[in-house]
Design a protein around this ligand. Structure first.
Ligand code: ISE
Length: 337
């Protein structure tokens, strides 16, 4: 707990997402400030630090975590280094908001869950930001209120105009589908038991060897069906739609219905959100504000937990296996500590 003073956050990794978080904490979040930034490109961290009052660049991420002037950590580093950095946060008892993935392997994610469960209170929150989006929260409230009856099906669309050049077929599962995996577990409050990835003909514009689009078919413990169209090289814009079909009706979110304009010659239409930072900008703000408030209140977590990060990793591992075999693959989930 920080009492009346601002929470001093170390942001590790100031690439696109990390720099975005630094800007939001500095300008829109109350009760917190960025005290330390770190990046493997040290000049980038130094540049960002020089623009913020009272902020320092620290070259070693583990030193930044251990720093007594740091109350909490925001991890926006590449997934491959999360394991070490999360272990350091646990060792130094620093609350941490970790961008997905929790870690890159299911076994190391489970290890993190187990290590955290030895402590007297949780420290890790995972950055599945869709849970903080107004439309998803509305849909969740509708389902919990029972107005649609028991949900039976969910149809999702997840399209990106483009993705970074290092994206391969399995990253479409682990980096993109992972959001629908978390949304399914969040909306339905149950585990996913099997995953199958179908491979329609690939988009000629996708890089050589990358399977895009993909169709993921998820089945939940109670038998609900979820299908997800993943298409990350559309060249169009960002489209994330989710439709739940229940016994008494259906509900859809993500239609991008802002202003509809008519213009000559005989054109009708509006705008599609360009990318995930614009589409989920307010959700990121809400996520970070609620995390800051939870850490200042001493509860540390108000959102997806390390277990949610582990469960998502386990589902995605089954998805990657199905990508290779084409068959449905059962999800292997350890007992929850
Ligand atoms: C990216 O990492 C995200 O998290 C976006 O929300 C998602 O749409 C995109 O496919 C991912 O690569």
């Amino acid at each position: 707990m920080t009492g009346d003073r601002d929470l001093r956050i170390a942001v590790l990794g100031v690439g696109v997402m990390g720099a975005d978080h630094v800007a939001r904490i500095t300008s829109r979040i109350s009760g917190a400030r960025v005290g330390v930034v770190n990046d493997y490109i040290t000049e980038k961290a130094e540049q960002i630090a020089s623009e913020i009052d009272g902020c320092r660049a620290v070259a070693d991420p583990l030193e930044a975590i251990a720093d007594p002037q740091v109350d909490a950590v925001l991890l926006a580093t590449p997934g491959a280094v999360h394991e070490n950095q999360l272990l350091a946060c646990l060792e130094h008892r620093k609350p941490v908001l970790c961008e997905k993935p929790l870690t890159t392997e299911v076994s190391t994610s489970l290890d993190i869950v187990r290590q955290e469960s030895q402590l007297d209170r949780p420290l890790i929150q995972v950055g599945f930001m869709r849970r903080f989006d107004d439309e998803y929260m509305h849909l969740k409230a509708l389902l919990d209120g029972g107005e649609l009856g028991r949900p039976l099906l969910m149809h999702c669309v997840h399209r990106n105009a483009s993705v970074p050049s290092y994206f391969d077929s399995s990253l479409i599962v682990k980096d993109s589908l992972v959001h629908e995996v978390d949304v399914t577990r969040f909306l339905f409050d149950e585990e996913i038991t099997s995953v199958q990835i179908l491979k329609p003909s690939s988009n000629p514009a996708a890089p050589e060897g990358v399977i895009d689009p993909q169709i993921a078919v998820l089945r939940t413990a109670s038998g609900k069906h979820v299908d997800v169209e993943l298409f990350v090289t559309t060249g169009v814009a960002y489209e994330v739609r989710t439709e739940v079909v229940g016994e008494k009706g259906s509900a859809i979110i993500g239609l991008d219905i802002g202003m509809i304009r008519k213009s000559a010659p005989a054109t009708w239409g509006g705008q599609v959100t360009p990318g995930f930072r614009e589409r989920f900008g307010r959700a990121y703000d809400t996520q970070i504000q609620r995390w800051v408030d939870a850490v200042r209140a001493g509860v540390n977590v108000d959102g997806p937990t390390a277990w949610d990060g582990y469960a998502a990793a386990a589902v995605c591992a089954a998805g990657v296996e199905s990508l290779h075999t084409g068959l449905p693959v059962d999800v292997q989930l350890a007992a929850r500590p």
